[in-house]
Ligand binder design. Sequence first.
Ligand code: ADP
Length: 414
Amino acid sequence: MSTATVLVVNSGSSSIKYQLVDPVVGTAVASGIVERIGEDSATLKHTSGDTTVEREQPIGDHGEGLRAVLGLFEEVGPDLTSAGVVAVGHRVVHGGSVFSTPVLVDDDVVAQIDALSPLAPLHNPANVTGIRVARELLPDVPHVVVFDTAFFHGLPPASATYAIDRDVAREHGVRRYGFHGTSHHFVAHEAARVLDRHVEDLATIVLHLGNGASASAVLGGKAVDTSMGMTPLEGLVMGTRSGDLDPAVLIHLQRNAGMSVDDVDDLLNRRSGLKGLAGENDLRAIHQLVADGDEDARVALEVYAHRLKKYIGAYLAVLGRLDVLVFTAGVGENDDEVRAAACAGLEGLGIALDPERNAGRKKAPTIISADWSRTTVLVVPTNEELAIARQALEVTEGAGLSRDDADPAAVGHA
Ligand code: ADP
């Protein structure tokens, strides 16, 4: 372990995920999750080295949750003071048009993130709560916010603009913001590093396929298009989200099926995607259903792969050429069948997998294309926590708040 660590916090509406990251060595020193905050009984899981502790206890709110986490650091380790925490890095989902880079948290920044809540009603309020309690409990370390939208802040107007009445769009912030930006940025750069190329020289497509899923087109290290839009609903087929849809479907369901705005929200965000098509959102369960002869699951896989293929083709056209295609996140790193299906038949576009290289789960960056493939296809495991930790460290060092200036003894919590 090097001398400086960053505590990375990801606050959801009823959960807190955290990692204590060594940003220089690139490893997680400790990690954990508090789930079901506010319910009858919450679960806590904390891992430090080889030790994992699991608990069930009522946790009323995020303040109590974070206090419990700090208690686990004291009890199980590592001790936060000797671990040299130089910053707390918070993942924030929506930075709107305001935030293009990670920033040091102050009261104004918290208020601005809160003001963006109408654009991300599920996420930003939870992020704000997490930041507030963390600042109260860890007042002596700088807090930095890293935005999921930031990498896409500079999208060209051609890809960021929806073709609707410009006044309505401007008044209500209706444009494409993009999400998973920390992962897309990290993976595009990591792919270049692995290939020993300069990211500035590359045209890259990144497919971040987790429970949520998004594609991005990256030219010279800058994002030029992405599949998620004003919210994380647009684009690819996801675990429970529909992705692209004729907007008139919403009008139809509200006008003719007696559905309310909340019903449609629930349908498209939680009862669609793989879950809606096949009853399961996890690809492993979908493959099992297919093996058992389930026709809906087979079609679900086809719809999933077909959408991926459409985005690969579209972004190849947007970029004008394709040097690197990268798969990442839970599905992208583990599911060789999805990777093969997404690339099947694309040889004419210069994309050809090597079946043996593609086979199996990938825990490290791996080239999976054939030697004769014009495009190099890679699997690159994403690491959003490490990316957040590194950005938080950069911001604190840039602000002159590096470890040399900090009093390590002051890292204790309130
Ligand atoms: P999140 O969006 O929640 O961060 P992850 O990136 O962890 O999601 O991806 C979770 C998804 O990855 C699961 O829902 C599942 O579909 C897929 N997945 C995980 N492991 C495997 C595996 N071994 N084979 C196929 N799919 C997998």
